[in-house]
Design a protein around this ligand. Sequence first.
Ligand code: NDP
Length: 489
Amino acid sequence: MTSGTGREQLLLIDGELVPASDGGVFPNVNPATEEVIGHTADATADDMDRAIAAARRAFDTTSWSTDHAFRVRCLRRLQEALTKNAEELKAAVVAEVGCPVTLTDGAQFATPVEGIGWVADLAENYAWETDLGVASPFGIRSRRIARREPIGVVGAITPWNFPVQIVLAKVVSALAAGCTVVLKPAPDTPWNATLLGRIVAEETDIPAGVFNVVAGSDHRLGQRLSEDPRVDMISFTGSTATGRAVMRSGAENIKKVFLELGGKSALIALDDANMNAVVGNAAFQITTHAGQGCAILTRLILPRSRYEEGVEKLVQTLTGWPCGDPTDPGVLMGPLINARQRDRVLGYIEQGVAEGARIALGGGRPEHLTRGYYVEPTVLADVTPDATVAQEEIFGPVIAVIAHDGDDDAVAIANNSAYGLSGMVCSASQERARAVANRIRTGTISVNGGLFYGADAPFGGYKQSGVGRESGVAGFEEYLEIKTIAEAC
Ligand code: NDP
């Protein structure tokens, strides 16, 4: 990528790839090198206003919301175009996100692009109307029909950690449902969104105004989108604090708000668990994209009788874990997104120690990496269930290891959280693990390493981890209203 504003770094407003209305740009920094890799059009409030107006017009005055077959064709074409441009898109994701290139064959690119096909199939075969049959409430004979209609204009606000996954999960479901969309990506990772905008504009038949991309460095852009009365729904992924602000903004005109927020998920080993499998899962989890994932298992809850065994094995597994240049296919862990995030993670480690935790591994910046926002894989042992590092989302490669005294205690510790996004239970007995899993208050949970991830699997949180579900039929239906029609008969 060269610096300057290329076609891939423009906004998409009302079908046109455009610079910011005042000509402003903002830098895109590679978190592995700390170098500016290019610039992106820096949207103004006026740009956001025009994008919302375009999305409103496209929803209210075109056949997009009612022409189901046309939308399915557009989405299949979009999938083909993304697949054709995969190499350019993957390179941009690695450069701006800092994720290991191997992850672009999975959640950071290939899997969400494949998932577009699943959503297109769903929309193609979806029962938009359900016959509820004839009834005679208060003696009035009526045929009742439940008809699904798109909710309207959707504002999609996305974070920087798994941007392609999160952007496509929102945008594709919303478009498939017949909504129009204004996407506001995170300022740390704008190109995945602006490239998507370019591809939509140049390589698909998606009509002007149906999909808009408003990237910018002004932190008030997201707030403008969530406050605007022309927007019917906000679909947000990010921190719980910001989710709260989005909910407040949406309250003014009773917007529907879908929230996918933070997590502090627990990996529970029961006393008969295979400890090698447990620590393998734990190591993979906290190093995947340097722990910058909402569903990552950041609390390891070990039986007290096998606590030291587990900590020692985890330290052994993580010692020498490949960490560094994300473009190297042998690297499993890259940097954090920016200096602020790195310092925040280091601050949490310090706080953990101040509250009594023992650093069993890591705890600082890797000595061999002098540039880039790296933090070492860090194991914090002797953590108590109420400690700050056991309660707050750190969003870095840091795992808090806590002891439990049996299945009931493990369940109580896992549920002692404001969050409820994910989890894992490991035991030699699948039945016993499943019984514990059923008691954990989370939106997703793994039993002995099973993986829930996929376009057809609903994903989302209990408690302060969110409201609603992304992906699957439930994720598609978030973007629909139900109209009940009663015909006198
Ligand atoms: P935020 O939740 O603040 O940002 C996510 C998105 O929301 C960005 O596009 C951001 O834009 C936008 N935004 C910020 N404020 C508002 C607002 N008032 N109204 C509408 N949109 C808004 O995450 P951060 O980047 O600040 O990261 C901080 C912490 O959040 C991390 O350390 C991590 O713990 C957590 N996080 C969780 C994620 C998850 O998937 N659960 C993803 C990312 C972060 P802008 O940056 O311009 O403000």
